[in-house]
Design a protein around this ligand. Structure first.
Ligand code: SF4
Length: 254
């Protein structure tokens, strides 16, 4: 496992603290009594698990149990019955990810839709079938050869776009998944995956089809399969991007 740098861990801790304070503010708490902070710190120091369940108010959850996870199962356990953002309230299942835990190729999408929420697996609806076709018919791989995950793990209501605070709350889980799977190539599907991983606001239509780097991992941005269902003429653009990925995987572009 790659240990996070002090700076990365501090950044996650600061994000956790900010979210914690925002949640406290939402329920009308304007300041935290000094004794409460000391109590939480002591519980973490003692390795207590009661504050690491991922529920509201878990100040240190992201930076402790999550970072300590040595494999995907431990990460899933650390996420638990997550309520770090408001999407928890509408979900049937938290859709963690699926596939080969040591996959060379990882696909990252936006978030679960209705079918994914019901089945607890990413990309199983109509858009998922299209992604499966790309993987199996296009690339000649099996779905279980790759790893598939989303930026947010719970379904946004009515399939709306995930909101910035939801992405901010959930993205540490995706980044830890990538850290554990250690893919050689990531295919980022659509605007939210690309923006989250590259921290870039450049439109997907401008950035797709060219190689980028996510912490040294080759990253290919391409269009989301759900977009392709609405705009089938653009399938050829995705196929161009996927051909580049296949070339890279076969070592031809080296
Ligand atoms: S979307 Fe992510 S952060 Fe929000 S409740 Fe679900 S798992 Fe937690």
């Amino acid at each position: 496992m790659t240990r996070p740098s002090d700076t990365e861990e501090l950044a996650v801790l600061a994000t956790s603290l900010r979210r914690h304070l925002q949640r406290q503010q939402c329920v009308g708490i304007r300041f935290i009594p000094k004794g409460d902070l000391l109590r939480e710190t002591a519980a973490v120091r003692e390795g207590g698990t009661n504050l690491l369940s991922g529920r509201d108010g878990d100040l240190f959850a992201d930076s402790s149990a999550m970072y300590q996870a040595k494999n995907l199962e431990e990460l899933r356990d650390a996420i638990g019955d997550c309520r770090r953002c408001k999407l928890w309230s509408g979900r049937t299942h938290l859709v963690f990810g699926v596939g080969n835990p040591k996959a060379k190729l990882m696909f990252v999408g936006e978030g679960p839709g209705r079918d994914e929420d019901l089945q607890g697996e990413p990309f199983v609806g109509r858009a998922g079938q299209l992604l499966t076709d790309i993987i199996t018919k296009g690339m000649g791989l099996r779905r279980e050869d790759v790893y598939i995950a989303n930026v947010v793990k719970c379904r946004p209501p009515e399939n709306r776009n995930p909101e910035p605070d939801e992405v901010a709350s959930c993205e540490p889980f995706l980044k830890k998944q990538i850290d554990l799977v250690k893919p050689e190539i990531i295919v980022a599907l659509g605007k939210f995956a690309v923006q989250t991983l590259l921290q870039s606001k450049v439109p997907i239509t401008k950035i797709r089809g060219s190689w980028h780097s996510y912490h040294g991992i080759r990253l290919m941005p391409t269009l989301h399969p759900a977009y392709l269902l609405r705009n089938p003429a653009d399938k050829k653009l995705v196929w161009e991007d996927i051909k580049q990925v296949m070339k890279e995987m076969s070592g031809e572009s080296a």
